[in-house]
Design a protein around this ligand. Structure first.
Ligand SMILES: Nc1nc2c(c(=O)[nH]1)N[C@H]1C(S)=C(S)[C@@H](COP(=O)(O)O)O[C@H]1N2
Ligand SMILES: [Mo]
Length: 205
């Protein structure tokens, strides 16, 4: 039997067993499977009661409202455009940077040869309706942009009354000062997860 023929038979057998070379169609197939799989998170919206801070942080932690309220708070006033027109609000909450520090800080890149590994990190924030936004580490790191992104759990639009909890916007929302539009002010948040960008020198990315 010729070599070519033998290889063909082996690869046919492997593909029958599902062990063949990955094809170009595979990544798409995976997306399709994961979006219909039973492991998919619930996206029906509704009030978030806890926020899980995880991924590349030293001590992944779940925050209840009282746990958030036990940390030092700050107030931030923002003005942003939205479908309901221009809105201005004063929010009360914990700066995202401080929240990350409260769980031991960011887990550093395990590869010590990577320069400024933290500047490759990014934070994905997900809500109960599966709305998601991304912030970069450098936006909130005090050594870089140091923006006062808040994990806000109350509003204080009227200074003569006590801060009001967010009600149907859940335990907390993100507030990004300086944004023109309100798209990153994600409410009903349930997950804050830190990742590192892939290393582009490896060709698989
Ligand atoms: N969870 C969640 N947060 C969200 C959105 C959303 O669809 N889901 N929309 C965003 C957009 S596009 C805007 S403009 C603001 C509007 O904020 P408001 O609903 O408090 O007016 O919320 C942002 N936060
Ligand atoms: Mo929006």
């Amino acid at each position: 039997m010729g070599l070519t023929r033998r290889i063909t038979i082996v690869s046919l057998m492997l593909s029958i067993l599902g062990l063949g070379q990955p094809t170009l169609a595979d990544p798409l197939a995976k997306v399709k499977v994961s979006s219909t799989s039973s492991e998919q998170a619930e996206c029906s919206g509704g009030i978030s009661e806890r926020v899980r801070l995880g991924g590349e942080v030293v001590q992944p932690t779940t925050f209840s409202l009282s746990k958030l309220q036990s940390l030092p708070s700050q107030e931030v006033t923002v003005s942003f455009g939205s479908a309901q027109g221009q809105q201005t609000h004063t929010y009360v909450g914990v700066p995202l940077w401080n929240l990350i520090q409260s769980v031991g800080g960011l887990k550093p890149n395990p590869d010590p040869t990577v320069k400024n590994g933290a500047l490759r990190q990014y934070i994905v924030i997900e809500a109960t309706d599966c709305y998601q936004i991304v912030l970069s580490e450098g936006e909130i790191d005090p050594n870089f942009e140091g923006k006062q992104v808040l994990v806000a759990y109350a509003t204080k639009d009227d200074p003569s009354v006590d801060p009001q909890l967010l009600g149907d916007q859940g335990i907390a929302r993100i507030v990004v000062p300086g944004d023109v539009k309100g798209g990153r002010n994600i409410y009903n948040i349930r997950r804050i997860k830190v990742f590192s960008a892939p290393d582009l020198r490896f060709k698989s990315y």
